[in-house]
Design a protein around this ligand. Structure first.
Ligand SMILES: Cc1cc2nc3c(=O)[nH]c(=O)nc-3n(C[C@H](O)[C@H](O)[C@H](O)COP(=O)(O)O)c2cc1C
Length: 357
């Protein structure tokens, strides 16, 4: 039978009851980088999703680049996340943690005045979001070759902590212009050592992180998120199709839980990005594919029916509709998301979106 949004799907060891995935969504409501009770409420409200992917979570203090984002590098954070995973599991849900190092998308304010780190000393265009408002990005410090094992170690440590916190798996944030994406692309990676230049070299760090995490979790509980057509955070590459087809070929070797692709959004196309077609990625990747980016009920049903992907993640719709599955099932109207409350604040625009009565 043709798969649809409500068909169960096997992802790694888990039989998910539907193919409606909650996309990772940064909400900046974790003071001191420690998750709160309110976050437990927010995630448990959304537990009917086939799978929840947590907001991007810093793997280390060095990985932070926004105010009030949660981390997974100390005991207080593990303890606080445990309450969240328990609340989601109590409602029958599944939750993966998205692991994040922002690289150059940060500011010295977050690092006691030290420069953010990146593959190369290339400043992104734009501004960092700091506790004191927007500030121009600085030129980051290029990581020395002998510092790179410590980056992989930060991921490994965070993945072990995520396991201790009761998550069902981890998603490596390789998308949207953050550290791993910065290594992938020749716009931000100008290195001339074994982590720069050739496709093999630029993909090396991400693949080392994948290998390290599969040793912690087993490949079947590790997912990877990529944004091949994305320009967010000043990402450019001379030949993105070649880059991502090569990378997907390498990822095929792992038999991961899934690959999660941020599909080309209209905005990217307007800005002249080189779009890597979903069909090309679908052919190149042999495992389970989740797509995200501007999908609604009709477009996601089409994508599943034509097997362009195996499951669909929803971002803004999940911000505003805790019971998105029920709303899709019944054809009920959807709540409108309020962008003014996306980042930071309290329960307003977070846990107060109404359920169907
Ligand atoms: C408020 C907000 C926060 C986001 N935070 C993250 C994040 O932490 N990690 C990530 O990979 N993508 C993040 N994204 C991107 C979403 O996961 C998703 O790719 C994007 O919103 C497009 O999907 P949509 O059209 O269904 O919203 C964020 C998007 C929004 C609107």
């Amino acid at each position: 039978m043709t798969p649809h949004l409500f068909s169960p799907i096997q992802i790694g060891p888990y039989r998910l009851s539907n193919r409606i995935i909650m996309a990772p969504l940064t909400r900046m409501r974790a003071p001191e980088s420690i998750p709160t009770e309110l976050m437990a409420r927010y995630y448990s409200q959304r537990a009917s999703a086939g799978l929840i992917i947590s907001e991007a979570t810093a793997i280390s203090p060095q990985g932070i680049g926004y105010p009030n984002i949660p981390g997974i590098y100390n005991d207080a954070q593990i303890k606080a996340w445990k309450k969240i995973t328990e609340a989601v599991h109590a409602k029958g849900g599944r939750i993966f943690m998205q692991l994040w190092h922002v690289g150059r998308i940060s500011h010295p304010d977050f690092h006691g005045g030290e420069l953010p780190v990146a593959p190369s000393a290339v400043a992104p265009k734009g501004e960092a979001v700091t506790y004191e408002g927007m500030k121009a990005f600085v030129t980051p410090r290029a990581l020395a070759l002998d510092e790179i094992p410590a980056i992989v170690e930060q991921y490994r440590n965070a993945a072990k902590n995520a396991l201790a916190a009761g998550f069902d798996g981890v998603e490596i944030h390789g998308a949207n212009g953050y550290l791993l994406d910065q290594f992938l692309r020749d716009g931000s990676n100008h290195r001339d050592d074994s982590y720069g230049g050739s496709l093999e070299n630029r993909c090396r760090l991400l693949l080392e992180v994948v290998a390290a995490l599969t040793r912690v979790w087993g490949a079947e509980r590790v997912g990877v998120r990529l944004s091949p057509s994305g320009t967010f955070n000043d990402m450019t590459d001379s030949e993105p199709e070649k880059l991502f087809v090569y990378l997907l070929g390498q990822l095929n070797r792992f038999d991961l839980a899934y690959l999660h692709i941020v599909d080309a959004l209209e905005g990217d196309i307007r800005h002249g990005a080189k779009v890597v077609e979903l069909a090309v990625l679908r052919r190149a990747y042999l495992g389970t594919l989740i797509i995200c980016g501007g999908y609604d009920y009709a477009r996601s049903s089409y994508a599943l029916a034509y097997e362009l992907a195996d499951a669909v993640a929803f971002g803004q719709l999940y911000i505003a509709n805790p019971d998105l599955v029920a709303r899709f099932k019944t054809g009920a109207a959807l709540n409108e998301p309020d962008p003014a409350t996306f980042y930071g604040g309290d329960e307003k625009g977070y846990t107060d979106y109404p359920f169907l009565s």
